[in-house]
Write a protein that binds this ligand. Structure first.
Ligand code: SF4
Ligand code: SF4
Length: 162
């Protein structure tokens, strides 16, 4: 299957631009080696300070899931940034509002950003960034092997991790 990496998730870059600007011209790490990952369900990625950006499709799925208008979903759980992007904010010392009883309460409709972690462009681009992420995610380097083709599908949001 040929995948158009012009739509690489999150960065809005072509593969060539991604390699030039993010990787300094190097071949992405996921193209050089299969990556190993299996979620241990430790929940660290749901209680780490940061933001989860939502696509329009993410908000539509949440709206259907909760049977609420998108505007109500935004009011209850989301924050709008200066660029008009909607996100879940996780403040230091707090969990994501959907992390309830040590699990994601919206697992089936969780945002694409969560569905594809840790296969994000800035993490899978270099061996160093992949290995550094182990500090935050104990699922890295244990379990199943992911080929370059599988990682490309995750980068494009065509697939999700189990
Ligand atoms: S993705 Fe990683 S950090 Fe998140 S719950 Fe799974 S093992 Fe833990
Ligand atoms: S939406 Fe779910 S998977 Fe994403 S950070 Fe919140 S609890 Fe974790």
């Amino acid at each position: 299957m040929t995948i158009d990496l012009r739509k690489i998730l999150g960065l809005g870059l072509t593969l060539q631009e991604y390699e030039e600007h993010v990787l300094g011209g190097e071949t992405p790490y996921f193209e050089q080696a299969d990556l190993i990952f299996e979620c241990t369900h430790c929940g660290q990625c749901c209680s780490r300070p940061g933001v989860v950006y939502l696509t329009d499709a993410d908000m539509e799925k949440m709206s259907d899931h909760f049977d609420l208008p998108i505007r109500e979903v935004q009011t209850r759980w989301l924050t709008e940034d200066y660029d008009g992007e909607w996100m879940i904010e996780v403040e230091r010392g707090r969990d994501c509002p959907f992390f309830i009883e040590e699990r994601c309460a919206i697992h089936a409709v969780k945002p694409q950003q969560c569905q594809t972690y840790p296969f994000w462009p800035e993490i899978v681009g270099t061996q160093e960034s992949w290995e550094d992420e182990r500090e935050h995610c104990p699922g890295i380097d244990r379990g199943a092997w992911y080929s370059a083709e599988q990682v490309r599908r995750l980068l494009l949001g065509l697939d999700r991790t189990p």
